[in-house]
Design a protein. Structure first.
Length: 210
């Protein structure tokens, strides 16, 4: 029975201490994991070049780039392109596939095919390269065209060829005022002619089709 002078707000029910749930300990807070900066690697470090587990490893501005494994259509196009260029070369030009091109102490890239003026046992420098070519892969398309194309232009390589096995196309770029300009393009059975020291006509269908 409610006593005089009390209200509903004053009438509370005490919960026995034994019936209250024990508080649970929350997760122990962990300190934040610091971000690890990208380690810049010199080009003469063994891990900076070559292949690792079937992947091509390149170095641009000290940052390692690991490309995808090379599929059969890529290998076929690169091999046939190298053969076609080799048939059109005269000394001192020679074809290498692939070719390690050292641009600077922290930049070393590997074009799929290169035409090189061989005036020393192991040419690796931009002054030796006359033509570089990239055969595109779905996972390396942006790297091969945009990033590596910029590296080749900065290095002064006169001719840059891009073969796309999926689209069955071939594009020829020449260096003008420090940038590449497309001067010829061929699709499927059509052919495009390379300018400069290797005047050869190339058909993407001949490079790509089985």
């Amino acid at each position: 029975m409610r006593q005089a002078g009390t209200s509903d707000a004053d009438s509370t029910t005490e919960v026995p201490v034994a019936a209250r749930p024990e508080p649970r300990a929350g997760p122990t807070p962990r300190p934040p994991v610091p971000l690890r900066p990208v380690r810049r690697v010199p080009a003469d470090e063994p891990a900076a070049r070559g292949r690792a587990g079937g992947h091509r490893v390149e170095l641009v501005d000290g940052v390692l780039l690991v490309g995808p494994t090379v599929a059969a259509p890529h290998q076929r196009a690169a091999r046939r392109l190298a053969r076609a260029l080799e048939a059109a070369c005269a000394p001192p030009l020679e074809v290498f596939s692939p070719f390690t091109l050292r641009v600077a102490d922290d930049t070393e890239v590997v074009p799929d095919v290169a035409v090189v003026a061989v005036d020393e046992p192991l040419p690796r420098y931009p002054r030796d390269a006359r033509v570089v070519a990239e055969v595109l892969s779905p996972r390396s398309r942006r790297t091969d065209v945009a990033l590596k194309g910029r590296v080749y232009a900065d290095a002064g390589v006169p001719v840059f060829v891009v073969v796309d096995p999926d689209a069955v196309t071939l594009a020829v770029h020449v260096l003008r005022a420090g940038s590449y300009v497309e001067v010829a393009r061929a699709a499927r059975a059509d052919a495009a002619r390379l300018p400069g020291p290797v005047p050869v006509r190339l058909s993407p269908a001949d490079l790509v089709r089985p």
